[in-house]
Design a protein around this ligand. Structure first.
Ligand SMILES: [Ca+2]
Ligand SMILES: [Ca+2]
Length: 674
């Protein structure tokens, strides 16, 4: 407390002095020059002597106590916060080369990708027991030198991943099928660091022709087009806030931290700002981590030679060092890096081949030896259940102390803030009084609809907090990650009755649409005859081919469906025929004029129908069939288009267009019909 008071006084004095000397100086500038020192729980670093020749460190996002360290011998794993270490079999440099990055899929705990400096990309589907070399030139990766990996944290099926190659090759390798095949995007630059923030892809890069003109580029269309958003800076590290959406960070060579604050409204980006120490740093790691509470967003930046590890709660307007026991010297060689465990409770550093582990000094009281949520990736459903289990030990220096209460805060799940776990042998907690406390929580309510910025932390990753109290009222707390997937929901897109927002997409902008929808040849109308349900259906007709005609609305944003889902509709011909029909989806990222159409799917040629009959038949097409590598944006899909190439034209009816969710083998039943 004394330290804290002193530091506050000191910053006030500096603030007054500087403000007095310079006249008008912004508060942020003054505070940036005068870091405050907090006396709150500090980390103390110790060298870990069981791990030799450490290189890069990779915390597991699903199991906070589990961390991998790439070493000259292979990957060393701890599952107990650095208490014990094991060498993972088949991870030596003769198998994987030198490891430059590891990415754990956010929604699939067993899926991980590994980047090698000289052997491409490896994939493990069993939590790291076995590795398959999926990313090589044979599968479309442009270089065997891979620097960084990234993924979209909201990709429900864990299929979309990105890899940069540093100066090994221009462009970014991307997969949309979970790593089986790769293609290249952004081929006009060499990309180094990469971040995905919502739908935005950001990279630090230099153009193909220029080795020394660096900048930050971004893409808002999955990598099809890129814009340089920050010029003449050379980022050496990149990171995201752990909790706040949209907080993007780059560390600039011999410069400061560059920060774009939280995005308040979708696709309107705040200005970039400089933050942190004034100059001459060489940042190698930037990362967000959970602090003491589940809503405590701490940001760390690491400069191995001068500042060491510094931490901030206010976007580096102020910061404090976390270097007690850490080697911070001009003698630190290339490759030093730092990271935090998924719950932010333990820090790991690799410096000149030495692994350091930073731990908070333990307080007196109970010890939470483990806390787990099973399953830790859940689909949001009203009958979904999670099992919460904590092993709690009394404070070891005080053998007489007893655990009085273990409670979990489930308010983020719309549950109680004080959900009690039991050690009575009746709650799946093993034996009574064995220190294992457990309870089952049934998720009972829906989350609200998406907000204005179209992103919410829930569904998404949340941290669930457990608290233990002993008979002397001493407390211990721990957190565990839980991923909540959006609740998938089939819905009627158009049936002529309940959904009345359809309209001819071509209307009003025929010239812009002449390539996509041709109103002269193909027309779709909402008519009061021939309906399958209710009174209305769509009548699609064309005078001749080739033709395309679109239906939908560019004004209403598409529902958030994915390539796991299906488009279904009912179709009948005016006469029976084998004349084929092509179906496409259309997006509307910025209104009709910027819309793209998806890949087309032929109904008869591709086997969805034998022929058009004069009675209604249902067609069900996986949305994956419509996807292109780039251009068409599924998440803002708002229309459907029909087309054909038969020179005799076409005449048919469509009704009850639905989006059916998930389950490639057993699609969800359609909503009940009137
Ligand atoms: Ca028990
Ligand atoms: Ca109808």
């Amino acid at each position: 407390m004394l330290l804290r008071l002193l530091s506050v006084t000191r910053s006030l004095i500096v603030l007054l002095v500087v403000a007095g000397l310079c006249g008008v100086v912004s508060t942020a500038t003054v505070l940036a020059a005068a870091p405050t020192i907090s006396s709150e729980g500090r980390f103390v670093w110790d060298p870990e002597l069981h791990v030799l020749r450490a290189e890069r460190i990779f915390p597991n996002p699903h199991e906070p106590r589990r961390v991998w360290v790439a070493t000259a011998r292979g990957i060393m794993e701890t599952r107990d916060e650095g208490g014990t270490w094991d060498l993972l079999p088949h991870t030596g440099p003769d198998q994987l080369g030198r490891v430059s990055d590891v990415l754990f899929a956010p929604l699939k705990p067993q899926l991980a990708f590994l980047a090698s400096r000289e052997r491409g990309i490896f994939r493990s589907m069993d939590g790291g027991k076995t590795w398959q070399n999926v990313g090589t030139p044979a599968s479309g990766v442009t270089s065997l030198q891979v620097l960084r990996l990234a993924c979209d944290a909201n990709d429900r099926r864990s299929r979309i991943f990105y890899a940069t190659h540093g100066d090994g090759a221009t462009g970014i390798s991307k997969t949309v099928d979970g790593g089986n095949t790769w293609f290249s995007i952004g081929e006009h630059f060499f990309a180094h660091e990469i971040l995905l923030e919502g739908k935005e892809v950001l990279v630090s890069a230099h153009p193909r022709e220029e080795d020394d003109i660096w900048g930050i580029y971004h893409s808002l269309d999955s990598g099809e087009t890129w814009a340089e958003i920050v010029r003449d800076v050379r980022p050496t590290a990149a990171g995201l806030n752990r909790i706040k959406y949209g907080g993007v960070w780059f560390g600039i060579l011999k410069g400061r931290l560059l920060h774009r604050p939280h995005v308040v409204k979708f696709e309107i980006f705040p200005e970039w700002q400089q933050a942190g120490p004034p100059k001459n740093a060489q940042w190698t790691s930037i990362f967000g981590a959970f602090g003491r509470d589940t809503d405590d967003d701490v940001l760390y930046a690491y400069d191995p030679r001068q500042y060491g590890l510094i931490a901030s709660r206010d976007d580096f307007k102020t910061w404090w060092p976390e270097n007690t026991g850490l080697f911070v010297e001009p003698l630190v060689k290339e490759g030093a890096n730092v990271c935090a465990s998924a719950d932010g409770k333990v820090l790991y550093a690799s410096i000149n081949g030495q692994l350091y582990v930073g731990r908070l000094v333990p307080a007196d009281g109970p010890v939470i030896a483990s806390f787990a949520i099973t399953p830790n990736v859940v689909k949001w459903a009203k009958d979904g259940q999670i099992q919460l289990t904590a092993k709690v030990l009394p404070f070891d220096k005080d053998p007489k102390s007893k655990i009085k209460l273990v409670q979990v805060n489930l308010s983020a799940l719309r549950g109680p803030g004080n959900f009690t776990l039991c050690d009575d042998g009746k709650h799946n907690d093993g034996a009574a009084d064995d220190g294992v406390f457990s309870g089952t929580f049934a998720m009972g309510q829906d989350f609200p609809a998406q907000g204005q910025d179209r992103r919410l932390s829930i569904p998404g990753e949340i941290m669930v907090q457990v608290c233990a109290r002993d008979d002397k009222n001493r407390l211990a707390a721990d957190v565990a990650p839980l991923h909540v997937l959006p609740k998938p929901e089939s819905f009627v897109y158009w049936d002529g009755e309940t959904v009345r927002w359809g309209g001819k997409l071509a209307e009003g902008c025929r010239s812009a649409y002449s390539q996509k929808y041709d109103d002269r040849n193909g027309i779709v109308d909402d008519v009061e005859s021939e309906a399958r349900t209710g009174k209305r259906c769509l009548h699609v007709y064309s005078a001749r081919g080739p033709w395309v005609s679109g239906w939908g609305s560019s004004m209403i944003p598409g529902r958030n469906f994915t390539d796991m889902d299906y488009v279904s509709f009912w179709i009948k011909g005016q006469v029976a025929s084998k004349r084929d029909v092509r179906v496409m989806l259309s997006d509307s990222p910025g209104g009709e004029r910027e819309a793209h159409v998806s890949k087309g799917v032929w109904l008869i040629k591709e086997g969805y129908l034998q022929e058009l009959r004069t009675d209604y038949q249902q067609v069900r097409i996986p949305i994956a069939k419509f996807l292109k590598k780039t251009e068409f944006l599924l998440d803002v899909c708002g229309g459907i288009a029909f087309g054909g190439d038969d020179p005799r034209g076409h005449n048919f009816y469509v009704d009850d267009i639905c989006i059916e969710v998930e389950g490639s083998l057993n699609p969800a039943p359609l909503p009940p019909r009137k």
